[in-house]
Write a protein that binds this ligand. Sequence first.
Ligand code: PLP
Length: 494
Amino acid sequence: MTPRTEKTAPPALEPEHFRRLAHDAVDLVADYLGGVGALPVFRPMTPAERTTLMQEPLGAVGVGPEAVLERFRTAILPHAMGNGHPRFFGWVNSPPAPIGVVADFLAAALNPSCAGGDHAAIYVERAAVRWLMELIGFPTEGSMGLLVSGGSAATLVALTAARHRAAAEDGWNVRTEGLQHGHPVLRLYVSPDGHSCIQKAAEILGLGAQAMHKVATDENDRIDVGSLRAAVAADRAAGMRPFGVAASAGTVGTGAIDPLGEIADLCAAERLWLHVDGAYGAVGAALPTHRARYAGLERADSIALDPHKWLSVPVECGAVLVRDGWLLRETFSLVPDYLRTQADRGFGGLPWYSEYGIQQTRGFRALKLWMTLQHMGRDGVRDLIERHLGLAQHLAELVDAAPDLERLGHVELSIVCFRYVPADLKGDGRALDALNKRVMEEVQASGAAFLTQTTRRGCFALRACVLHYATTESDLVALLDTVRKTGERLAAES
Ligand SMILES: *Cc1c(COP(=O)(O)O)cnc(C)c1O
């Protein structure tokens, strides 16, 4: 055996070998993206397939990259999550924009750390985040935004800044003191439909779940501002320290948008931080005909917005937008000596992203956002959202017209909640919950379509979220046919 040199030993790959391998991978991906609509949406894994993947030992000797790619083709590709399929309506998971797939490859090839410095990736992120702000009408002057893993990380960054500001206003520094000095209990106001990541952030920040004051919502699942005002007053009277409201611009369950303008007024009057969870729905503000529904979004202190949801940027790509860029830097900046740079000297560049958030080494997420947004243009973004809103309205009409389907609640964005109601089970809530849960599970396993669940007014609801750029009206018909056939079969069996 001839010893391999540093140029041929893995992970090195001869340039021509890399070219062939990458071309093979491109062919595989192009075939997959082009043909995914003809495949089952989802294919559950067999116990043997799961075990094989989980237990596979690492070989002592490396294998050729072709064999590794072949393993991907046979063991992984057939068991994709399903969100690339036009009949996938689960959760809030979009397909990848094809140009975003290419962008991830290009970003990996450069492999920069976007902690900061004077290299192109940094300025790409500045531009792409500014485009997001402009699309939804968030102020670009004095504000700051950065890309993170998703809405959960964005919420954590935003609420860290909110906590910092509240402490500073009360004359103490949470960065030096921590939460060890018996300050009044900080309170954050949320809707019961607010995303679980808000509570997670409160827990991580040391505020505890006790910080969460869940306020009442109206019949369309929007925060009731009267109840919010009363909650803040009651907490103040009890000696607590209200510090923020986490409102939603599109709840994950139903797409409800809280009355952001009224909440912004209250926050201004009470000096509360207004965080808007727009992980799913904030990009809907890009649509001029829908902008009025979001009035007040532009007054938020912070927004979480996930380009990896409605904008189809491949995961992971979340954004946190903060109105006061100085405050965000004050919240996070901690620059060790070895990283100290000077603007416009050497590698310096702009203030580093690592001063505005949690991460030091940061991936080149911006490239996929930058390329996807350029491919769509502003009008393309609006067109995508408008089409999805229209498809959701159409789905709601199909449900309303079906005697054996019942819509559960208002359709605000691209989410429709409903259930299967056979004539002989009308009025039997327990039986309908059980039946619809089984319908969901069987539809998921069938591969014909995919939807998930939520709870509406105590009822189990089937939940369909339209998020695929290639979904058509016939896919909606196919979804409802699958639900109905599955429901009929299960009802007949029991
Ligand atoms: C997805 C989602 C989140 C969480 O974001 P991740 O990207 O999953 O971390 C928060 N809020 C809403 C409304 C969401 O849809």
